[in-house]
Design a protein around this ligand. Structure first.
Ligand code: CA
Length: 668
């Protein structure tokens, strides 16, 4: 069994912390409004109207597990920071609040930690005291669960699992009150409390709205009572995610009608998952205006590198499918993201009160490099730390509580490439964004890079390459600059006909040259109009017969529509298109067909007539989505010929299927 070091570590670390306190400034002493632009390697323009009371937060919940695992954080001069020094560095960089998640009991029955920072109340007290000494405010984020709570899981703490709803209500109230009183008694400067975390789909094991909101009434009351009895003022926040969703306002509406009294409507906003910052502003402003609430972003972050630092694959990287990476993956891009989110919340107006960065310090315990000869042993050591100290997102011991996710896929930090410290604990310049949003920086706006482009051109005509390309600026904006292309490569591509080619180019701005590649695709011209039946206008098709028409269903091959057929009586039709002004030349005709139940000796014919002479190919159906591709090749078309393409179908009653994606290309 693993020893739980957490019980012994804080007391002597804290003694050291107290001895060292008193040096350097604290967050409450810093005033950033009206400060002069700073020298920096990154470009930042100030956020208009931002004031010192705007919350610039960092969720450093994993911090204690990290340092127990041996992680060292450094200042900008490379000096190792002790615990008070770490929090003072945050304050110096403009952070004025810290968010700490709290789980009721993140341990198995033998006392082994589930991991994920081992964020029980003791951990919150320890981190909260260091943060308080550095003058930071604390947002206590009660998940009201024993481990991660998010849209996919809202499990009740195991102790409450078999409680009646009445008993759970009483237990929630008691837990929040005693936890808050403990935090205040220990001197932790809690100024905001979250009751629940990303509670879109549930809370504390409940999934029905009436019960969720009934518990929220109890929870918010408990927080206010605890603050009042300790002589403190506190804001109560409720926290949801997917701020881009049209459902967001429904939560605010239901909270109002269910009588939940809270102060702050908080959301997670990750730009790679959650839409634009304009949409974020619009949604938050709607809630502020319609429900009279303050609003904020309780979690955001962005990646500065595509690399993984600890051997645990990362949640988001440059090759992640289905994410939007609108900012450059760099320290500058990360700073631009935070600035944009702060600006988006500020654009709500006075009701927009803050932005918290999620886990900026969750870096590798030991730096893992898969190419290094010691990779296997580093990974083993990391795994041991994740298991003992909980510095990974989950330990194997979580399986008794969350068998299907954490218990299966436990491991390290999937967020190390989104930290505001590098893999070795050196702070990134983007950590200072929380002060630079006041002052801006002296860095000039300049080009960061010119990325490769893709370009499409039709066959047969001269390829007109673009005369300018977008250059990415350090501000995050784009600017078009002139470009020249390798003319030999362009001519060779033209001569080769349809296909994909790499063309090298040189863009230039202010005498600086940028090399880039254009992936040029020369596409064949399809002389058939509305060849996939996607256009509403069907006038070019002449369809005669029964049981046939365009339809949007699962019979399509591409797009939304196909030319579908079915009838209870024998199916008989032709679908033709006259091809006007087809240039003299040699052509290939093709189409795709699938279907079934065609009976014996059906006819499925694809044809073309040139001045009345017919050329055709026979096809047939076998089963659903099993596409046949009949083709007619080498069709000679003289100057001014009358050309018609078409299909003919004669099949049994109940025959079904679809034609799609017709083409008539010039032959190669
Ligand atoms: Ca990782």
């Amino acid at each position: 069994m693993k020893m739980n070091l957490r019980k012994t570590a804080p007391s002597f670390i804290l003694a050291a912390a107290l001895l060292l306190s008193g040096c350097g400034g604290t967050a409450s002493e810093y005033k950033f409004e009206g400060t002069a632009p700073a020298d920096s390697e990154i470009y930042v323009s100030p956020v208009e109207g931002i004031t010192d009371d705007f919350l610039r937060g960092a969720d450093v919940s994993s911090y204690l597990s990290q340092i127990e695992s041996g992680v060292k954080y450094k200042d900008f001069q490379g000096n190792e920071l002790d615990e008070p020094g770490f929090f003072k560095l945050l304050a110096e960089c403009g952070v004025n609040a810290v968010r700490i998640r709290i789980w009721n009991d993140p341990t198995d029955k033998d006392g082994n930690s589930y991991g994920g920072g081992h964020n029980d109340l003791d951990t919150a007290v320890t981190i909260g005291k260091w943060a308080t000494e550095a003058g930071l405010q604390i947002l206590a984020d009660f998940h009201c669960s024993d481990f991660w709570a998010d849209p996919s899981k809202q499990k009740a703490p195991k102790e409450w699992a078999h409680y009646t709803f009445e008993n759970k209500t009483a237990a929630l109230s008691e837990f929040l009150k005693t936890s808050m009183e403990r935090l205040y008694t220990e001197g932790v400067n809690v100024t905001m409390v979250q009751v629940g975390n990303e509670i879109n789909n549930g809370f504390a094991g409940e999934t029905v709205r009436e019960r969720i909101n009934s518990l929220l009434v109890t929870g918010t009351n408990a927080v206010r009572e605890a603050a009042a009895s300790s002589g403190r003022e506190v804001k109560v926040a409720l926290h949801y995610t997917n701020p881009e969703s049209s459902n967001l306002l429904d939560y605010a509406r239901d909270l109002k009608s269910d009588g939940v009294e809270y102060d702050v409507f908080a959301v997670s906003y990750y730009p790679f998952w959650h839409g634009t910052t304009e949409r974020l502003t619009e949604q938050l402003k709607n809630i502020a205006d319609n429900y009279g609430k303050e609003v904020m972003v309780a979690e955001t972050s962005y990646l500065y590198t595509p690399d993984d630092g600890d051997g645990q694959g990362n949640s988001v990287s440059s090759d992640t499918v289905g994410v939007v990476l609108n900012y450059d993956i760099s320290v500058q891009g990360q700073a631009n993201e935070v600035r944009a989110v702060i600006n988006a919340v500020k654009n709500v107006g006075d009701a927009g009160i803050g932005v918290f960065y999620w886990e900026p310090a969750w870096i590798p315990v030991r730096v893992y490099n898969s190419d290094s000869p010691d990779a296997a042993s580093v990974l083993d050591q990391n795994r041991e730390s994740w298991e003992i100290f909980g510095s990974g997102w989950a330990s194997s011991f979580s399986k008794t509580y969350d068998p299907n996710d954490a218990g299966k896929y436990y491991g390290g930090s999937s967020w190390d490439n989104q930290a505001l410290f590098d893999f070795n604990g050196e702070p990134l310049e983007s950590l200072k964004i929380f002060r630079y949003v006041f002052s801006g920086t002296l860095r000039d706006m300049e080009i960061v890079k010119v990325e490769d482009i893709r370009y499409e051109s039709g066959i047969g005509a001269a390829v007109e390459m673009p005369s300018s390309v977008p250059a990415l600026l350090n501000s995050g904006d784009k600017k078009d600059i002139p470009v020249t292309w390798n003319v030999e490569q362009v001519s060779a591509a033209e001569a080769s006909g349809s296909g994909t080619y790499e063309i090298s180019g040189t863009a230039e701005d202010n005498g600086v040259k940028y090399e880039l590649i254009c992936i040029l695709e020369i596409k064949k011209i399809n002389y058939i109009k509305n060849y996939g039946f996607e256009d509403a206008d069907m006038s070019m098709w002449d369809i005669k017969g029964n049981g046939v028409g365009k339809e949007a269903d699962n019979n399509k091959r591409s797009g939304e529509y196909s030319l579908k057929f079915w009838d209870s009586k024998p199916v008989s039709f032709t679908a033709e298109q006259k091809i006007d002004a087809l240039p003299k030349g040699k052509y290939d005709l093709g189409a795709y067909l699938q279907g079934g139940s065609a009976g014996s000796n059906p006819v499925f014919e694809l044809y073309i007539t040139v001045n009345g002479e017919k050329f055709s190919a026979q096809s047939g159906v076998t089963s659903w989505q099993n596409w046949d591709n009949p083709i007619v090749t080498g069709i000679e078309v003289p100057e001014g010929a009358e050309v018609v393409i078409g299909v003919k179908v004669e099949a049994a009653a109940e025959a079904w299927g679809a034609w799609d994606d017709f083409y008539l290309y010039e032959a190669e």
